[in-house]
Design a protein around this ligand. Structure first.
Ligand SMILES: Nc1nc2c(ncn2[C@@H]2O[C@H](COP(=O)(O)OP(=O)(O)OP(=O)(O)O)[C@@H](O)[C@H]2O)c(=O)[nH]1
Ligand SMILES: [Mg+2]
Ligand SMILES: [Zn+2]
Length: 319
């Protein structure tokens, strides 16, 4: 039978299955391991399955609430990053409809280059992103932050300002995520879990044990985990909470292709005098450096581009 991975470590996964009957009441969770050898797709990654993965499970008739995973369904997309500690890619979510890139103007400090990286990964994965600046209740009027948020808006990203504490700005967000599966990405402390908590609380309709267990207070999230609620029209809205990431190293992008995945750079790809061999650092006739000088490409974005390019090309940089 088919199941949806809700959470998992390396080898034990919580899988939601449809038991007899229909609708939310019939959904239940079972704990699963892989049957036999690890899946072929899972070799060489930090974690073989992520929340959002669809799997085929066999219920264990002898142990209630347990089963075995026998196959992984083809994925629509994956949102990953490179886990430097483990030296492997790490899957944060599978089959997501939206990436919610969470940031704050302060506490923790605004880090636009982190956003550049998450937006890049979302583009590569083919998942539309939203930029969300949380903690608007702190009333930080920082012109630099505003300028960068405005820049993301100018590039065509939707930018929302919200407070997971007061609920400000959440109506618009609720509309945008309704009936979809969204993965929340951001540094530790930006309020990913707080945002999920307030959305669940406000949905009033609480279904399924996963949500009951969720109110964990101010604890650091250590594992990706999916939560859900049914909103208007009974459409399931799903949210994937992820652990805070200190340094986001993009994964699955070749250095030469980076230019194609940053919106304002893409139209200039290959147009420099030295064509595709231009490093965009020193060459005369570099259209990208010209665009930076003309203010068409923001200097911060250009710096992000150079650093990420070095990283993807195997040169290390602390960002
Ligand atoms: N003032 C204010 N504080 C907030 C807001 N949202 C979250 N916080 C606080 O910020 C702190 C961190 O919130 P979390 O929700 O745990 O952050 P997180 O992004 O899940 O962090 P990790 O799990 O470590 O990645 C907590 O003390 C929250 O109460 C907000 O909108 N305004
Ligand atoms: Mg958290
Ligand atoms: Zn160039």
């Amino acid at each position: 039978m088919k199941g949806l991975v809700i959470r998992g470590s390396r080898n034990i996964f919580t899988v939601q299955i449809e038991a007899d009957g229909a609708g939310a009441a019939a959904r239940k969770e079972i704990r699963c391991r892989f049957k036999g050898k690890i899946l072929k797709e899972a070799e060489g990654v930090y974690n073989p399955l992520a929340p959002g993965d669809m799997v085929i499970v066999e219920i264990d008739p002898n142990h209630a609430g347990t089963g075995q995973i026998i196959a992984l369904e083809k994925r629509r997309n994956v949102f990953s990053r490179f886990n430097q500690k483990g030296g492997t890619p790490q899957l944060l979510a599978a089959n997501a409809d939206l990436v919610l890139c969470l940031t704050t103007a302060a506490s923790p400090p605004f880090r636009p280059r982190f956003l550049d990286r998450v937006l890049l990964q979302a583009d590569t994965a083919g998942i539309p992103p939203l930029v969300i600046c949380n903690k608007s209740d702190l009333n930080i009027d920082d012109l630099d932050v505003e300028e960068r948020l405005e820049e993301f808006h100018r590039l065509g990203y939707r930018v929302l300002r919200i407070s997971a504490k007061t609920g400000a700005g959440l109506d618009e967000l609720r509309e945008l995520i309704a009936g979809k599966c969204s993965v929340l990405i951001g540094q530790s402390g930006v309020g990913k879990s707080s945002l999920i908590n307030i959305l669940l609380r406000d949905s009033r309709v609480r279904e399924g044990a996963i949500n009951e267990k969720y109110d964990r207070g101010n604890h650091t999230t250590t594992m990706s985990l999916m939560l859900e609620f049914s909103g208007n029209g009974n459409r399931m809205t799903r949210l994937i909470d992820t652990p805070g990431i200190r340094r986001f190293v993009p994964y699955g992008i070749a250095a030469e292709e980076l230019v194609l995945h940053m919106r304002e750079f893409a139209p200039l790809a290959g147009t420099c005098t030295y064509g595709l061999s231009c490093s965009h650092r020193v060459e005369p006739g570099c259209r990208i450096m010209e665009a930076v000088a003309a203010g068409v490409i923001h200097e911060d974005r250009y710096n992000s581009f150079l650093r990420i390019h070095d990283e993807l090309a195997g040169k290390n940089h602390a960002d």
